[in-house]
Design a protein around this ligand. Sequence first.
Ligand SMILES: [Zn+2]
Length: 244
Amino acid sequence: MSLLPTMYIEIPPFRYIASHLHFHWGSLSGHKGSEHCIGGKRFSAEMHIVHYNSKYAEVGIAAEVADGLAVLGVLIEVGSYNPAYDNIFSQLPQIKYKGQRFQIPQFNVRHLLPERLDEYYRYEGSLTTPPCNPSVLWSVFRNPVFISEEQLHLLETALYFTEQNSSSPVQMIDNYRSLQQEGDRLVTVSFREGTVLAVTLACVLGSVVIIAVTCWLCRRKKREGHQKIVYAAAVPMEENTTKV
Ligand SMILES: [Zn+2]
């Protein structure tokens, strides 16, 4: 889907102009279609919003050079119905076959993104479709967005690689690149990893609980000690013996 060139993102020192957005998805056979995995988890689908460096004349030229593109990756998972995504998905029947075009009514693209834009993974990588040039500064948002099962189903079944009158139509499914080796690539994160934070919090909480329990036991022991002394002095030995 083409985007207006008035849209842009800034990743210093460059400004990147919006070019288009597209999706990667799996199929009804159960394949999940995200191109990025986080902690080994693959998501149902993924959206890419492609931008090009404003110092180049157009996206085709920028795609050839190392600092040419910046792509925002949005992971998509099945959850509740998402009206923002229906701005696109409801129009898929209009572009079912190769070469068809349709103008989508205006809507706010921001609504396609996760709520928190400040939490993302970033690395220097490549296009995920041939010729797979190493020209992309990737920013993949930490949190997925959710669409309904029905919406995912529509995405996975609506389109064809082939033209309308093709004698052998080929459905557009599993259009994601297989996972690549991480190699020596550096992936930075803009947030504190949840597991590290959780472990730290657990350690702190654990220490507080241990100290509190220890203090309580000490005080109880001390109090019990006092009580024993008081009872011993208050009950005469003979009386105690007769009672037993
Ligand atoms: Zn893509």
